[in-house]
Design a binder for this molecule. Structure first.
Ligand SMILES: NC(=O)C1=CN([C@@H]2O[C@H](COP(=O)(O)OP(=O)(O)OC[C@H]3O[C@@H](n4cnc5c(N)ncnc54)[C@H](OP(=O)(O)O)[C@@H]3O)[C@@H](O)[C@H]2O)[C@@H](O)CC1
Ligand SMILES: Nc1ncnc2c1ncn2[C@@H]1O[C@H](COP(=O)(O)OP(=O)(O)O)[C@@H](O)[C@H]1O
Length: 305
């Protein structure tokens, strides 16, 4: 297992060419939020915008749309239904990634939508929050595995509770999976990555990133230097938006997860320095993403990478 170093994180940081435009930089589409969880949509969309996506499109409910128009006027805000009326391929002119599930309540309708999204999108997809429930059924799991076979990346970002829910489904569907109670977190991340054919970011006090790709099997990356200041509602939604933005800018999925996790942890630490560990909110973490990124860029320049 390897720790995520600044050098590794730097691999996924895009360098902006002088002739880029908002589309060639990368389009990040987020299918997020619900009337119950408006804030998660706002945090994920704001984080994707901050992390460098050239064009951010939010597909959400009316309540979140109203807030987003005010707090992120640069994001284009559409209804969730509209997502399914459009094409979502990633092309050279418009590299793209989709983030789904932050702030979804995980209803049957949500599960249906996320399965459709996994089938429809020929671009990298990141599933978080209520969207992860789509994998805990045969049809959703099959859709994820099909994407893997077709070489279309899928990333999942469960916390411990969501990871256990997914393992329970695998056990019930008679898959040959180890008892999650006996697994170390890094082994749990790898078991999920392999079972669904995804890159799994298992979040917690330490965060572990594993890939289902056999070629890099056992290649688990760890972020062991987080801060308990991050243990606040909404910080996971920010991480999902950050990784989504790196994915749409063309980063390799594993590298995007490593870099997103690294910068997220650093943003938490910088926020804790400014605001005290105790007082940090998810909004503060978001506010420090740019400082964490600037610090990483300075370090890369200094070391001549
Ligand atoms: N402002 C907003 O709009 C926000 C909206 N949000 C959105 O809410 C939706 C629901 O997400 P959720 O995480 O709140 O609830 P859920 O999926 O039911 O899982 C929670 C259960 O899992 C367990 N658990 C075990 N380990 C755990 C761990 N390490 N971290 C956390 N939980 C752990 C624990 O069970 P216990 O161990 O207590 O039995 C707990 O009861 C989702 O779409 C999300 O995006 C949030 O992002 C917050 C801000
Ligand atoms: N004690 C801790 N130390 C370091 N990081 C933590 C700690 N607790 C939680 N985190 C981080 O905070 C984030 C919480 O994400 P998540 O549980 O999905 O919250 P939410 O759904 O409310 O956004 C994750 O990135 C996780 O790694």
């Amino acid at each position: 297992m390897k720790s995520i170093t600044s050098k590794k994180a730097a691999r996924a940081l895009p360098t902006l060419r002088a002739d880029v435009n908002k589309y060639t930089r990368g389009v990040c589409e987020l299918v997020v939020g619900s009337d119950r969880f408006v804030g998660a949509a706002v945090l994920a969309v704001s984080a994707a915008n901050r992390m460098g996506a050239g064009y951010v499109k939010a597909y959400t409910g009316e309540k979140a749309a109203g807030v987003l128009h005010i707090v992120q006027p640069s994001a284009v805000v559409l209804s969730t239904e509209e997502f399914f009326e459009e094409e979502h391929a990633s092309t050279e002119c418009r590299p793209r990634a989709v983030v789904a599930g932050c702030g979804m309540a995980g209803t049957d309708d949500d599960v249906r939508r996320v399965i459709d999204l996994l089938v429809l999108c020929k671009a990298p997809v990141l599933l978080d929050g209520g969207g992860l429930r789509a994998l805990a059924c045969e049809e959703g799991a099959a859709a994820a595995r099909k994407r893997f076979v077709e070489g279309i990346p899928t990333v999942i970002t469960p916390h411990g509770g969501e990871a256990l829910r997914l393992m329970r489904f695998l056990e019930e569907s008679a898959q040959d999976v180890p008892d999650p109670g006996r697994l170390k977190p890094q082994e749990l991340a790898l078991a999920l990555a392999r079972a669904f054919g995804v890159v799994c970011v298992l979040k917690g006090p330490d965060t572990f990133i594993a890939t289902g790709d056999e070629e890099s099997a056992g290649d688990v990356a760890a972020m062991l230097q987080g801060t308990p200041a991050l243990a606040k509602a909404g910080t996971g939604d920010i991480l999902a938006g950050m990784i989504g933005a790196l994915l749409c800018q063309g980063a390799d999925p594993f590298d995007a997860c490593a870099a997103g996790t690294f910068l997220h942890a650093r943003a938490g630490m910088l926020a804790a320095v400014d605001r005290s560990e105790l007082c940090v909110t998810a909004e503060d973490v978001l506010d420090h993403v740019s400082a964490a990124t600037a610090a990483l860029e300075r370090k890369i320049r200094k070391e001549g990478n």
